[in-house]
Design a protein around this ligand. Structure first.
Ligand code: ATP
Ligand code: MG
Length: 344
């Protein structure tokens, strides 16, 4: 049975990339699937250990999920650290994944930067925990932005190596799935082609990110109309007009990004946006983009602010969600222990 799992880190500055690249898809999938949406607080301490605002950031991501339209009664919404099976399975996966696999992960290279010796071991092992987040529920579909594609491939490699290495034991215990055998499924990424990779407003070759030190690099979900207008006015562009066909965006990363953002917010293909704006100057296009961004983001930001003002409600959602998540994970984790040979 298909099951959707995805997570967002409570690292502050929830932005348009998180919204269009991930959360909008979370909302759409709940119509057709059972979904588990997780505020991955254990991932949030991999890059910066001490975060005095972590509880507020956890509540903010939870509020964003609900404000965007996720139904926390039908779907499961919780914070990762509450369900200890994530950490337990991550340890087993630390012993499944090979150093050579993790050494290829580009997110670690980007986030560790030049001072790699000083990166936490948690940042290095992050993809193993992410694999555990997904597989502890035997989730089959994972809505993410394109930057997470490599981690999803690693998740599949981990699932496959576990299934192969423990194959005889899985068969002996009768825990394989159908004739294909195998205990863990190979989860598939679900990537929104329209908004797979929203780029920084300051540099069209860098992904929009929570951790970018420049506030002007991103539109945050809680930005007010004036801030959105100001950030878009300052957004980097080139001197040419908007082209009327997609090939006119080649080699123009900032133009491509702004047109892509428009398309994502409007829910239209890029070609349709170019048809409407081909020949326009950026000043006129940015004005239309500002109006659209305010129209789409202001209600979400407003609802987030309303929700975080009631931490009792948010905390209740997270607690109930964690109980439901733990009930799914516990029997799977018991089977993992039986397969590995841990006495429980
Ligand atoms: P950080 O810089 O701390 O890693 P982040 O902005 O990458 O923060 P995450 O919590 O790591 O946010 O990612 C949450 C989801 O948002 C993931 O599915 C990720 O792929 C997606 N996402 C993040 N940035 C973008 C982006 N610029 N465009 C599209 N999707 C994105
Ligand atoms: Mg990220």
């Amino acid at each position: 049975k298909p099951l959707v799992f995805s997570g967002v880190q409570p690292t502050g500055n929830l932005h348009l990339g998180n919204y269009l690249g991930a959360i909008v898809n979370f909302v759409a999938l709940q119509k057709s699937h059972d979904c588990i949406y997780c505020v991955v607080d254990m991932h949030a301490i991999t890059a910066t250990l001490v975060q005095p605002d972590l509880p507020a950031q956890i509540r903010e991501v939870t509020a964003a999920f609900i404000a965007a339209g996720i139904d926390p009664v039908k779907q499961i919404v919780f914070n990762q650290s509450r369900v200890s099976a994530h950490a337990e399975l991550a340890w087993v996966f630390n012993c499944v994944a090979r150093l050579g696999w993790l050494n290829r992960m580009t997110q670690f290279k980007d986030k560790a930067g030049k001072d790699r010796e000083n990166a936490s071991t948690g940042l290095y092992a992050y993809p193993n925990l992410m694999a555990a987040d997904i597989l502890v529920y035997k989730a089959t579909h994972v809505p993410v932005g394109e930057d997470q594609k490599q981690h999803l491939e690693l998740t599949r490699d981990i699932a496959q190596k576990f299934n192969n290495d423990f194959g005889p034991r899985i068969a002996e215990l009768g825990l394989g799935r159908g004739e294909a055998g195998g205990f863990f499924p190979a989860p598939e990424p679900l990537i929104q082609p329209q908004a797979a990779r929203i780029m920084s407003l300051r540099d069209g070759t860098k992904k929009m990110s929570k951790s970018d030190p420049s506030e002007y690099s991103r539109l945050n979900l809680t930005d007010d109309a004036d801030t959105i207008a100001q950030k878009l006015r300052k957004a980097k562009t080139d001197a040419d007009a908007i082209p009327s066909e997609a090939k006119g965006l080649e080699g123009r990363p900032e133009a491509e990004n702004l047109v892509g953002i428009f398309a994502g917010l409007a829910g239209k293909p890029v070609a349709a946006v170019l048809q409407d704006f081909g020949g326009s100057q950026f000043s006129a296009f940015k004005q239309a983009l500002t109006d659209l961004a305010v129209e789409r983001l202001a209600p979400v930001g407003g609802e987030m602010k309303r929700l975080v003002a009631d931490p009792g409600y948010i905390d209740g959602v997270l607690k109930a969600g964690a109980e439901r998540a733990a009930a799914i994970a516990a029997p799977i984790m018991d089977e993992v222990k039986d397969i590995v040979g841990f006495i429980r």
